[in-house]
Design a protein around this ligand. Structure first.
Ligand code: ATP
Length: 302
């Protein structure tokens, strides 16, 4: 690897404006949103904004103020990958229907160069996917070195919808928690920093968002009649999410639970978690593997 942690000017802490806005965090999101195994999911208020005192306007302003740094760090990661580095990032997004996964992708991941993003959403497995183990399609979608991978739903559906809908016997899905922990440990050891986010909305907010999809012709395409069936099993999903959080929040891949009734907070929280992960890489720019002065002379002579 040829990357060096040099020339970090202008990116280390973002701009003065960003630093001022970031003071509205009374506790860093990496700790205030990190899941504590054993905590009660039903004890989390989906309208709350844990650790954030800056309100909606401050949140929107901070996302915008941190965008240049987020974008530059992504470019550094990409450059490192092009120069033989092995590191990458993986953002795993889970949440019930209408929780705002798509909005996070558009408004947060959309702040960086799409060429450096490997986005994948996981729906009902295809016939080909079903012929393999459930991790097969996941492995195939892992980010290559230098990339930010984004999973809209993920292997965790295997302990959510599969469990709730009884698509596998209990003994099978029960085994998945440990399998997933082992899988993620392997992925992390290969250089991928994993950021797992569970978006939490309230029943009332989901109803309002589904109603809007039915009211507005421009949103009909987002409506899926099956969402009502899922909604009817709300308590079963909450129980499945509780177990997922308790059993798969590990040191290398902890879950962050993000209250998502307020879209502006969810977007702020995820952008800050991404930024923190990228900062932790302490990314420099790769050194040129050619003689810069000689190349300048060659160019001047043309
Ligand atoms: P979304 O609801 O995420 O906005 P969508 O309505 O466009 O997406 P798809 O992305 O095509 O639908 O598929 C999502 C659906 O696939 C969800 O209902 C999810 O529960 C289901 N799904 C995902 N993984 C699995 C799996 N391993 N087994 C069964 N169903 C799955």
């Amino acid at each position: 690897m040829t990357a060096h942690a040099t020339d970090r000017s202008g990116t280390a802490d973002g701009t003065a404006e960003a630093r001022a806005l970031a003071r509205e965090w009374t506790a860093p999101p990496t700790t205030s949103l990190r899941w504590t195994p054993g905590a009660r999911l039903t004890g989390i208020d989906p309208r709350s904004t844990p650790g954030w005192e800056g309100g909606k306007a401050g949140a929107t302003a901070l996302v915008a103020a941190h965008a240049p740094e987020l974008s530059e760090l992504q470019e550094r990661l990409f450059a490192e990958g092009r120069s033989g580095g092995s590191r990458s990032m993986l953002l795993v997004l889970q949440g019930l229907d209408t929780a705002g996964k798509g909005g996070i992708v558009r408004h947060v991941v959309g702040l960086v160069d799409p060429q450096g993003v490997m986005h994948r959403s996981f729906g009902v497995p295809t016939a080909e996917e079903k012929a393999h183990g459930y991790l097969w399609r996941i492995r195939n979608a892992l980010p290559r070195p230098g990339y930010i991978g984004v999973f809209d739903r993920s292997h965790y559906e295997q302990v959510l919808v599969v469990r709730v809908e009884g698509l596998e016997p209990r003994a099978e899905w029960e085994a998945h928690y440990d399998e997933m922990n082992a899988f993620e440990a392997e992925v992390a050891a290969s250089g991928t920093r994993i950021v797992k986010v569970a978006l939490v909305i309230s029943r009332d907010e989901q109803k309002a968002r589904l109603a809007e999809r039915l009211e507005r012709p421009d949103k009909h395409w987002k409506y899926n009649p099956g969402d009502i069936d899922t909604r009817l099993r709300w308590d079963d999903y909450v129980a499945a999410y509780q177990d997922m959080l308790d059993r798969t929040s590990t040191e290398v891949a902890p879950w962050h639970v993000v209250p998502a009734d307020r879209k502006w907070f969810a977007r702020l929280a995820v952008s800050e978690l991404l930024l923190d992960a990228l900062r932790s890489f302490d990314l420099g720019w790769p050194e040129a593997d050619f003689d810069v002065e000689a190349e300048k002379r060659r160019l001047a002579a043309t």
